[in-house]
Design a protein around this ligand. Structure first.
Ligand SMILES: Cc1cc2nc3c(=O)[nH]c(=O)nc-3n(C[C@H](O)[C@H](O)[C@H](O)COP(=O)(O)O)c2cc1C
Length: 260
């Protein structure tokens, strides 16, 4: 039988609408009749609302929504090409969210949204538009995955794994470590038939991304190094990657020591 409270709203006990088992005298005793003020529909409704809020909060807590990338940044392309350099020293400062936003968008941000007929396009080319390279971002506050579709970073590990970014000691101090991971499951058969071909295409696709990062860094006065000296197996384990996800290269980024 449906029980509806006859008490005015402000006289109902606190647990009214939350479920009879929350009422102290009913706690844990399912044989007792329902509390006279129990309203099942309200209970379900408030429970669902609470769950929805909880889920939204968890997603927000584990995601960094990046600001819109500054596409109006002015720096001549030819100058960026000239200034592009591998620099192995940086300030002990983290990058701002705006810098991360620009950097990740330059690396593989979306430049054409997907439609019903075609896949999205990125700032960098990829074999048959497979978009197999994912970018993980290692920072002091944890390891994140760049979700280019929503231009946000999703928390993967609440752990600083930067000491594994490269085997050279100096690389551990970089504020940002980009980890380029190839998802082999995204390659169609005609692009890469075996692991050798998949590895080759992964290296090529990563090269384009890395060069975009180099050029953005040149234009934004940041320092960067692409790293081949990486213990890939160790990183793979630490990051909890799947069998067909492979660490290709890593790339460190930091703020320049000089202002120009
Ligand atoms: C595929 C690749 C792997 C590299 N790996 C490393 C590395 O592990 N450590 C490092 O300090 N530099 C690394 N570099 C950077 C090169 O040493 C650097 O590009 C080269 O000395 C030329 O300097 P430049 O980039 O300033 O023109 C790598 C470069 C490439 C293209």
């Amino acid at each position: 039988m449906k029980k509806v409270s006859t008490l005015p709203r402000n006289h109902r006990p606190l647990w009214s609408g939350l479920g009879v088992h929350f009422a102290p005298e009913y706690a844990g005793n399912s044989n007792k009749p329902l509390h006279p003020t129990f309203n099942r529909r309200a209970a379900v409704k408030s429970g669902l609302a609470w769950l929805k809020l909880q889920r939204k909060y968890t997603i927000m807590k584990n995601t960094i929504k990046l600001p819109v990338p500054r596409k109006d940044l002015e720096f001549p392309l030819m100058k960026a090409l000239e200034k592009r350099r591998t620099k192995r020293k940086w300030k002990d400062d983290s990058l701002s969210n705006q810098e991360l936003s620009n950097l990740l968008w330059a690396a593989c941000g979306i430049t054409k949204a997907e439609t019903k007929r075609s896949k999205s396009k990125r700032t960098t080319p990829s074999a048959s538009n497979s978009q197999a390279i994912k970018i993980y971002v290692a920072m002091k506050k944890g390891l994140f995955l760049y979700d280019e579709k929503k231009h946000q970073m999703i928390l993967i590990l609440s752990k600083d794994i930067r000491e594994n970014i490269g085997t050279q000691k100096m690389m551990r101090s970089a504020p940002v470590g980009l980890i380029y991971v190839s998802d082999y499951s995204k390659f169609k058969m005609y692009i890469a038939k075996n692991d050798n071909q998949k590895w080759f295409v992964s290296g090529t696709d990563t090269g384009f991304i890395s060069q975009n990062v180099y050029l953005y860094c040149a234009a934004a006065n940041l320092c960067t190094v692409i790293l081949g000296l990486v213990d890939r197996d160790k990183l793979h384990k630490i990051m909890g990657l799947k069998e067909d996800e492979k660490v290709v290269y890593t790339q460190v980024v930091g703020k320049s020591l000089d202002e120009t």
